[in-house]
Ligand binder design. Structure first.
Ligand code: SAM
Length: 184
């Protein structure tokens, strides 16, 4: 038990050092640091996506811009092998972790690049957990390169230029998180 507590403390310390480094390297918070999407918000997205993914005859493309370690994409890719999942992550270490975690999945691809340089024209669904400061740039990129009808599920960040079609509430302890749904 004592060793377990030391181990947890060690992991927490490494994560804090990483957060500090990533906040500095991400232009003081302009770009989101790595924080996995809260479990309940992931559950909401998986539930809301399920009729879309189950009901589609054609293979859909689902993209997570800023996919971290793939916590949102990997469960979906496992559950829906008929669809194609794409993670975009510019941090090399997180990208490598994604590749390792998905080594047995054929329907998931990762790009180690800036999400703002990605071309979204083939994307059917976007799932994301970002920070408000990056949204105007991402929104502009989506409007420029995305196609009409693409669904967006965004945890905690709203896209002011798009019309919200649904909003779901979830909680992590005392903190509330909203999942906003849009369509381009
Ligand atoms: C809040 S995390 C989201 C993780 C993941 N989507 C999830 O829900 O578990 C945001 C991620 O975006 C990545 N990121 C931030 N800015 C980026 C950019 N411009 N291009 C690609 N990835 C970026 C960060 O490295 C971080 O891993």
């Amino acid at each position: 038990m004592l060793y377990y507590n030391y181990f947890l403390l060690f992991v927490l310390l490494i994560y804090n050092i990483y957060l500090f480094y990533s906040i500095i390297s991400s232009q003081k918070g302009k770009y989101p640091p790595f924080v996995p999407a809260p479990y309940n918000t992931r559950k909401i997205i998986i539930k809301q996506l399920s009729p879309l993914l189950k009901g589609s005859q054609k293979s859909l493309q689902i993209v997570d811009p800023g996919c971290g370690i793939g916590s949102l994409l990997i469960p979906l890719a496992r559950a829906y092998p008929q669809h194609k999942f794409i993670g975009i992550e510019w941090d090399k270490l997180l990208y490598k972790i994604c590749l390792f975690r998905s080594r047995n999945l054929q329907n998931i691809t990762y790009f180690n690049q800036d999400m703002l340089a990605y071309d979204y024209h083939d994307t059917d669904i976007i799932v994301c957990f970002l920070v408000p400061k990056i949204i105007p740039d991402l929104q502009k990129r989506l409007l420029e390169t995305g196609k009409k009808g693409t669904f967006i599920f965004s945890i905690d960040c709203s896209f002011p230029q798009l019309t919200e079609i649904a909003c779901f509430d979830s909680h992590l302890f005392w903190q509330s998180f909203k999942v906003h749904q849009y369509q381009l």
